[in-house]
Design a protein around this ligand. Structure first.
Ligand code: HPA
Ligand code: ZN
Length: 328
């Protein structure tokens, strides 16, 4: 069996960022929105760098206007995940994209997403859980509204709170109020750091937000004391190698620090971030990593067990995942 066929646990996937371009084009057609500028001649998403990527991303999300649209998006996304044999996915959902931060609207979007997820579970056995995500470049005040939506819908489906967006804007600590609110509501915490921000951004995430997982975090490799701190605190990194390569952090998979981090004892997991934007799938990430670092099925099994243990779902769900990984 190829490592690409193994059952997989994905912890870092932006819900809208996983939208197949053909799906977004179809919605644009139905809604008579001109999105031609955001696609390449080959039909992929067009962007030049990270900030421009965020702009393309936000343009694409403009056609996702109703709970029904998000239900259809969820079906399309989970089809893709299931095709990579993902058995469990946590995706980032932002109330800002789902009703503009209004709690009542957010509940309706969430219901549509959950209904589509139930269908996908019945069809493919794939499980989805949600992490409510604030958007860093919209600032701490907007984040409070997002955190309120998160706190009000926290439970066994909305299991976490996180932050994405432009790492170049502000500091992690600016969002401490929102992360505290989410924590008090029982949500588990993660934030994007150590992608475009250097090691300092990871230190901030740990010290100022007290998160237990970090989105990317790979630039921790530049600071020995930080690597030791990640190990000591048992922090899990949601690593997305293909995303890092496309956005120019590393030349290729062989230069990516995931292996060095793992060898140093850091808990690393493998995800895709915004797969169609970065021309990747979970399957491809495994193939590329196997090729670049010589990892075999036992390595990937161990990494998936790490991911299942770091998943924000309840204990019964986690035990079920560990059993499925063991039985494979
Ligand atoms: N990184 C940070 N913020 C994001 C991303 C991403 O890949 N996708 C959507 N928002
Ligand atoms: Zn991300």
């Amino acid at each position: 069996m190829s490592v690409a066929d193994l059952p997989k646990v994905e912890l870092h996937l932006h819900h809208e960022g996983a939208a197949p371009p053909a799906f977004i084009r179809q919605l644009a057609h139905e809604k008579k929105v001109d999105l031609s500028g955001i696609f390449t001649d080959e039909g992929g998403y067009k962007f030049t760098d990270f900030v421009n990527f965020l702009r393309t991303y936000e343009a694409a999300t403009a056609v996702l206007q109703t709970p029904e649209d998000f239900g259809r998006l969820t079906s399309a996304v989970l089809e893709e995940c299931a095709a990579s044999n993902a058995i469990y996915v946590e995706s980032f959902l932002s109330p800002e994209f789902c009703g503009g931060g209004d709690l009542g609207a957010w509940r309706e979007y969430l219901q549509a997403v959950q209904e589509a997820a139930r269908d996908a579970e019945a069809r493919h056995g794939i499980l989805l859980r949600g992490i409510v995500t604030c958007i860093r470049h919209e600032g701490p005040e907007v984040a409070k509204r997002t955190a309120l939506c998160a706190a009000e819908t926290a439970g066994d489906w909305i299991v976490g709170f996180g932050m994405g967006g432009d790492e170049g804007k502000g500091h992690q600590g600016d969002f401490a109020y929102s992360f505290d609110m989410a924590r008090e509501a029982g949500l588990r915490l993660t934030t994007h750091a150590g992608e475009f921000g250097g090691p300092d951004s990871v230190w901030e995430a740990i010290r100022d937000l007290n998160v237990e997982r970090i989105g990317h975090g790979v630039r921790a490799i530049e600071d020995k004391a930080l690597v030791q701190e990640l190990v000591a605190r048992d922090i899990t990194l949601e690593v997305c190698p293909g995303s890092n390569v496309v956005l120019g952090l590393y030349k290729n998979f062989a230069h990516h620090p995931i292996k060095r981090l793992r060898d140093a004892g850091v808990k690393v997991t493998i995800s895709t971030d915004d797969p169609p934007f970065f021309g990747t799938t979970l399957r491809r990430e495994y193939e590329m990593l196997a090729q670049a670092h010589g990892w075999d099925a036992a390595d990937f099994k161990a990494i998936n067990q790490t991911a299942a243990r770091a998943a924000f779902c309840d204990a019964d769900t986690r035990d079920g995942l560990l059993k499925r990984l063991e039985d494979a």
